[in-house]
Design a protein around this ligand. Sequence first.
Ligand code: ATP
Length: 476
Amino acid sequence: MPAPNIDTIVSLAKRRGFVFPSSEVYGGLGSAWDYGPLGVELCNNVKQAWWRWIVYDRDDIEGIDSSIILNRLVWQYSGHEATFHDPLVDCRECKSRLRADKIEIPEDAKTTPVAELIEQKRLKCPNCGSNDLTEPRDFNMMFRTTIGAAAAEEDPTALGYLRPETAQGIFINFLNVQTAMRRKIPFGIAQIGKSFRNEITPGNFILRTREFEQMEMEYFVRPDAEHLNLVDEWVDQYLEWFRGLGISDENLKRREVPAEELAHYSKRTVDIMYRYFPERAEEERQWEELMGIAYRTDFDLRSHSSKAVDIEGMRINPDSTEDLSYFDETTKQRFYPHVIEPAAGVNRTVLALLLDAYSEKTNDKGETRVILKLSPRLAPIKAAILPLAKNKPEIVGMAKAIKRSLQPQLRAVYDDTGGIGKLYARQDEIGTPFCVTVDHQSLEDEAVTVRDRDTWEQERVKVSDLAEHLQKRLKE
Ligand code: ATP
């Protein structure tokens, strides 16, 4: 049973230290969130799981970490300055700013352009219900900044952007990585990092924010590869990966992005959708994008290359100093590799994991307890060491010593801030797979009780075997 809605997770996340509203002491900042002690562990575990899977477990992918602020020309030639827009609409009545393509369209008008529907007064503001909306206009979502101490506010030579995707840092380093690591096509380059988009309508907790983290990989292949099949292959691999993280299959689905919605660089995109809104009656409205897999062709490498020309033989890029083409030693051909890009969000993955892991169980006193059934390898804390009597120095001392001895191998905490029932409940709610209880008997038999989060079953384990026992069970 997943969480009934995102609000349930928002309150758990704040109460238990996963995610806090940002800048709260100044009244907050719209749709900005801070990750607390448990949230940062969960994010790190997701990123680590991805990096292991995509970089270490394979032989054909390298990792990098590029700058967030790049030369402005990168965004000019990538097409983001000209086309990274969302259609913005204002409601004249309540003054709210809306994304035109996210306003609900009447059932019988699905194919009519939004601008026409607004003119016909057939679209309603979701906030106040008014149909008095302005014509849609393009709004560039890149965050602008000025670079350098002496730069004047509007100096175009000092204009820079916070990156809206990590991908461009990969494309401009394609030759560096290929040459330094002596790579042959096909191979990929992966990167994890923050991206920034000045979203018109952020919201739904960490689903859509202006600052977020991406896990992107560009996979470079020959121009004559079976590109469309490769997209499907990566979709399958990612679905498998998400299932392996513990996300249930019925909350995942694929969506072929229609041609009119494709980004300027994409020939085909398939999104993996997650059921973020199970409470919505209409099945179609329960889903939102978790990640996308795009076939970007040779668009980016070509755009950033000094030698590439258009069909009239004109240089596409007079500013670049490098040709990002690839020379194939075996066929003696030179070409611009094509790219398949799986792009996933750390924050959307974390939200899907929290929603999916949420469950409730009734104890023998008839009380409802929340259990966060996170996969043990993602759980922020692997074991909580709890003394049964906090006023007994020998028990406390033994529990603290066990915590210290486990810590180098797995994330463990010591807690004596409540009765044992309360301590168990707290650990269940944050997804800790094992509680280790030290009691009076432990002082004599050098053994502890290990309690399982999901079954609440307990077993007695020798302290000398504890680390190995937990390590083994964490891998189950
Ligand atoms: P959407 O259609 O939801 O705006 P997108 O198609 O523009 O997303 P991509 O450009 O494909 O998103 O970005 C890849 C991934 O980065 C997304 O699937 C998502 O996981 C994440 N992402 C994109 N924008 C945001 C955001 N504003 N907040 C959180 N994560 C985001």
